[in-house]
Ligand binder design. Structure first.
Ligand SMILES: [Zn+2]
Ligand SMILES: [Zn+2]
Length: 234
């Protein structure tokens, strides 16, 4: 039986949500006595995680699961260390799992692996659209990667959006499309998120967005085809 952690690790940004900031946002999420990590940062991001837990007097062994939004190494790289050292299992969408556990690699990811000091990590739970993890609903929102997933808490109206939608300079944006597997699909996935009632958006990059989610997303949906889709990708 895993112990229930006390103080919330990270800087509290919503009820039961801590943010361990940096280039990538790592979130801690408290749900009914369980604590989860949403993403794990670069390989060296594990250091920021262990520091945040130490500061909060919380036990990393008590984390129930690391929920990855997608396989990119700036989000998944820290998971191997946390898994190996603290026995925390890893979950991600089934279509990104081969890139997380090392069955498949991308050219950029091999280079990034060296750069980021990351290594593959076994995936204990593969997720699919509609799955539930405690209060969280899993939504498949492909495009940025084939298995990009967002995690939605309908009771607290929280959305962990990974790189499906990020915050940049006070606006919502797509993550840089040079890293996207399928830009067209990434734009289409925005429409899925529009139907959600969201009070706090917790993106993979940028700052959490507390007000105006719907209007800001509408603005992005309006801009996205012109801003992100080049003529030859139509
Ligand atoms: Zn990404
Ligand atoms: Zn990212």
């Amino acid at each position: 039986m895993k112990s229930v952690p006390g103080k919330l690790p990270g800087f509290q940004v919503a009820e039961g949500v801590g943010r361990i900031g940096g280039f990538v946002n790592i979130y801690t999420y408290q749900d009914d006595g369980a604590l989860y990590l949403i993403d794990a940062g670069f390989g060296r991001g594990a250091r920021a995680i262990t520091r945040a837990f130490r500061d909060a007097d919380a036990q990393l062994e008590g984390v129930r699961e690391i929920l990855l939004t997608h396989h990119h190494l700036d989000h998944s790289g820290g998971a191997a260390y946390i898994h190996e050292r603290f026995k925390v299992p890893v979950a991600c969408h089934v279509e990104d799992a081969p890139f997380v556990d090392g069955r498949d690699t991308l050219p950029i990811s091999r280079w990034m692996r060296l750069f980021a000091g990351s290594r593959p990590v076994p995936v204990a739970t593969t997720l699919k659209d509609g799955d539930r993890i405690g209060s969280l609903q899993v939504l498949h929102a492909p495009g940025h990667t084939p298995g990009s997933a967002v995690y939605y808490d309908p009771a607290r109206k929280l959305l962990f959006s990974g790189d499906v939608v990020v915050e940049r300079k006070g606006k919502l944006a797509l993550a840089p499309t040079r890293y996207a597997a399928n830009v067209n699909q990434a734009v289409q996935s925005l429409a899925r998120l529009r139907g959600l009632a969201v009070e706090v958006l917790l993106p993979g990059h940028g700052v959490p967005v507390r007000n105006g989610y719907a209007a800001m997303l509408d603005d992005l949906i309006r801009r996205a085809p012109g801003e992100y889709l080049s003529d030859d990708s139509h």
